[in-house]
Design a protein around this ligand. Sequence first.
Ligand code: FPP
Length: 264
Amino acid sequence: MGEVVLNPSSRAEQLAQFTLPSKLPNHIAVIMDGNGRWAVSRHLPRAAGHRAGLQAVRNIVSACAHWKIPALTLFAFSSENWGRPAQEVQFLMNLFHKTLIDEIEQLHENNVCLRIIGDHSHFEPSLQKAITYAQELTLDNTGLNLSIAINYGGRADITYAVQQIAEQVHAGQLQVTDISSELITQHLALNTLPEPDLFIRTSGELRLSNFMLWQLAYTELYFCDTMWPDFDDEALFNAICDYATRQRRFGGIENKENVLVEVL
Ligand code: FPP
């Protein structure tokens, strides 16, 4: 994130080396996996993997902003990650907090609109305050929509949406027949963004791990073996090029002239 402005001209030169395909995703969602294994394979503490992962975050945010990808959503901490050793959880929370405080002004200068999604109600009050400040500061920015999921779970997101709708039905403000897929979408955390076109998960794991379950219904999935700290401009470029080759049919068929002729 800091890197967006640290040396803008040389960064722009680095990114200009890549000739992007004309078909770009509007929204990229990423599970940043492999920080721990990256560190262990270098005989480093897991914390070093998370620090290196943060540098990869800065890099990818800067690339997406430069390449004019409208939205990027990063899964930083799942509701299941509380099961990690308390020291690691505390380290991650401190890292989010410090990063938010240190880098929010630069994000703002770079016209980034930041959202932090997930349940923050049990975070330390100072972290909650930093989140509120960051979101309010960047609310009207028109550049990259950067969303970071912390203590987020896709099922919890859907459950919360359903609870809100049920309350409206209970209060007589809605009929049961008013409940539609669009209405549920409107009550989800990222209701103002288009659904992700491209989902990336690093480190070789082939799972969604409760990330944006509703919104990923028709997303193109891309898995790579690279550990998150090594996920660089070229890795992102490769994922975008792979996406550009996909034929998206959203449940339809590509050639509507080739109709079914045999009647059963
Ligand atoms: C997954 O790797 C990564 C995390 C749970 C934390 C993600 C955090 C960062 C990338 C750094 C800070 C980010 C922000 C947005 C400030 P893992 O620990 O599960 O790795 P492993 O599967 O190899 O153990």
